[in-house]
Design a protein around this ligand. Structure first.
Ligand code: THU
Length: 140
């Protein structure tokens, strides 16, 4: 078991918080930021994303999926990006309220199955089994 320094958690949450300020959320006014730590051959990189809403509501992109798609650019071509941690912050949320939605959990299952998850206002470090037990997967 590896021990996470609380500063790693705090830094990733701070990156997610900064990203949330760039959300485009004129309809819900609920700004979300996500930060993803990727362990590349050159060291750890952090990519971020924020929610991007659309006047056609169903086309809204969540912060987590924005950040995960950016993380795919950092892995080796054709390989799942080596994501070690994901942080989520809701700027307009009550502490602990901004949990990843169901669709994002399925994306996280695809791309960050072994990550540690930090959600602002949730003291524990979460894992995918906490977020999406008995999940759907396909053999690659
Ligand atoms: N949202 C996210 O960005 N991530 C989630 O996991 C939950 C919801 C966004 C979508 C929408 O722009 C706003 O929060 C309100 O649902």
């Amino acid at each position: 078991m590896t021990e996470t320094l609380s500063s790693d958690r705090d830094k990733l949450l701070a990156a997610a918080r900064a990203a949330a300020a760039h959300a485009w959320a004129p309809y819900s006014h609920f700004r979300v930021g996500a930060a993803v730590a990727v362990d590349t051959a050159e060291g750890q990189r952090v990519v971020t994303g924020a929610n991007v809403e659309n006047a056609s509501y169903g086309l809204t992109l969540c912060a987590e999926r924005a950040a995960l798609s950016a993380a795919c650019q950092l892995g080796a071509p054709g390989e799942r990006p080596p994501i070690s941690a994901v942080a989520v912050v809701g700027l307009d949320a009550q502490p602990g309220e901004c949990m990843p939605c169901g669709a994002c959990r399925q994306w996280l299952a695809e791309l960050a199955p072994d990550a540690e998850y930090y959600v602002e206002g949730v003291a524990e470090t979460l894992h995918l089994d906490d977020l999406l037990p008995r999940r759907f997967t396909l053999k690659e």
